[in-house]
Design a protein around this ligand. Structure first.
Ligand code: GAP
Length: 468
């Protein structure tokens, strides 16, 4: 098998064919950079989000959850520096009108430009020109590009306005990151949840960015979901807690089946003005040819609470009940896009294998995140006794697991179908089940081994397999 057989085309096609991910508004010709999640996609996304929540909130005594609104007071984004400051540098091709992220183009020449303003970027482009290097359109190869300019990523909307016009009075923003809602609720949570520093607040929710280019399937989209956790510490605890959280997040990926050689740290050299240290966990997106940012783990200092305190006029500090020290907590965050994580797990799980001279495609997901856990397959669909027995087993197991009932096609075809969506186990009900010993065949997705299990033992058997 070729080493780089995992291609983006194969993943996109599998996602569509098997109902994981669809292009938004397809019947209208599609809507750029927005995707819809089909029956298996929603299960995978939900399982990933629940796995994250379990580790970040459920199993931790020091982290609580939150679900804040997407719309917030417009001042929120002035305070955070997003209004007027959250933009990406773009260039346009004068020949084919292609729009490009110029910081990404500079990255290929070893220049980290994502925090640079347009003027700095234009200077960097001039410096490259002096060395004989000219940027080219990524679409048509033309060197006829506009100078770089900044393009705001904030998505604007209006609320409660009698007209459709956006004016300064009614403009609201769709949040570009979920953490804003966490800062605005810091005081509510402090006052209501009996938390003591160090503690964290976690949130999963939609975020919106007017991305210039979003042509990498669900890697970068204009509407996406973030899973963020903001951890509040005394400034002297920052480094210790930061190192701890870096380890926790690294190990979380390994625990769910990401191979260690497929993740790496990337240290930011150009930091936001308030940040002391920032690392990304990069995943080896072989479908895009290499490592790309998956999750950010950032030290944000006292910036967020200080800014929101300044703009709102409300004190957002902390009184230590033991020492009586009053201070503005420092914050470290872990921030990952759920959709991007989905794609990383797809990339990791996608496997092609040769079996008996035929190629099988199998998604080798960790059992806990597989969209369907058990497929229930009556051997023949026109034999009522088999179908009824299979329905009974479905009723019993679906109480505990996401199951799928499939009676169409040969059993071999049905196994392949389940392999392609990553179902860890198939249960086949045949004539021996009915006539002989009340046993079924259980087939393991990865080893393809089959064993006979008594129907009355299935619950216990799967409890062991799924470790519950
Ligand atoms: N609160 C910090 C923050 O939002 P970020 O580096 O801009 O930091 C964090 O985003 C993570 O959110 C990224 O590592 C990525 O996983 C995800 N993300 C950001 N923009 C995205 C987009 N347009 N589409 C999909 N995921 C995105």
């Amino acid at each position: 098998m070729e080493k780089d057989y995992k291609t983006i085309d194969k993943i996109v096609s599998l996602c569509k064919r098997r109902g994981f991910v669809f292009q938004s508004s397809e019947i209208y010709g599609g809507f750029s950079a927005v995707y819809d999640y089909g029956p298996y996609g929603i299960e995978l996304k939900k399982n990933l989000s629940e796995a994250w929540w379990k580790s970040m909130v459920q199993k931790r005594m020091d982290v609580v959850g939150l679900d804040s609104g997407i719309f917030m007071h417009p001042k929120t984004w002035e305070a955070s520096g997003h209004v007027g400051g959250f933009d990406d540098p773009q260039v346009d091709c004068r020949d084919c009108k292609n729009r490009m992220r110029v910081d990404h183009m500079l990255e290929e020449h070893g220049i980290e430009a994502d925090k640079m303003k347009a003027e700095e970027i234009n200077r960097a482009i001039e410096d490259l020109k002096k060395k004989g290097i000219e940027l080219k359109c990524t679409n048509c190869g033309s060197k006829n590009l506009t100078p770089a300019k900044n393009f705001s990523l904030m998505v604007k909307s209006n609320l409660g306005s009698p007209t459709d016009e956006l004016s300064e009075d009614n403009v609201v923003y769709l949040r570009p990151e979920t953490c804003g809602g966490i800062y605005l609720n810091y005081k509510n949570i402090l006052d209501s949840a009996r938390v003591k520093i160090p503690f964290g607040i976690a949130q999963v929710g939609k975020a919106f960015r007017n991305e210039i280019i979003a042509r990498q399937f669900i890697f970068r989209t204009r509407e996406f979901e973030q899973m963020e956790m903001q951890y509040f510490v005394h400034p002297t605890q920052m480094q210790e807690k930061y190192d701890e959280w870096k380890k926790i997040r690294w190990n979380w990926y390994l625990g769910y089946g990401i191979k260690e050689e497929n993740i790496q740290w990337h240290k930011h050299t150009k930091l936001a003005h308030y940040a002391a240290e920032a690392y990304d966990i990069e995943y080896n997106f072989t479908i895009f040819g290499g490592f790309k940012e998956l999750e950010g783990i950032h030290q944000r200092g006292a910036w967020d609470l200080s800014q929101h305190s300044k703009f709102s006029g409300v004190e957002l500090d902390y009184l230590d009940p033991k020492t009586n020290e009053r201070y503005v907590p420092n914050i470290l965050e872990t921030s990952v896009g759920l959709n991007r994580m989905f794609l990383a797990f797809m990339n990791e799980a996608y496997t092609e294998e040769e079996v008996d001279g035929e190629m099988r495609v199998v998604l080798k997901f960790d059992r806990r995140i597989a969209p369907v856990k058990i497929a229930i397959l009556p051997l023949l669909k026109n034999r009522e006794e088999l179908v009824v027995k299979a329905q009974d087993i479905y009723s019993e197991l679906s109480e505990y697991y996401m199951c799928e009932f499939d009676e169409s096609g040969t059993i071999g075809k049905r196994y392949r179908r389940q392999d392609e969506i990553g179902t860890p186990f198939c249960v086949t009900i045949d004539f021996d089940t009915i006539e002989k010993d009340n046993t079924v065949t259980v087939r393991d997705r990865d080893t393809m081994e089959q064993e006979r299990i008594r129907v009355e033992d299935l619950k216990k058997y799967f409890a062991e397999k799924f470790n519950i």
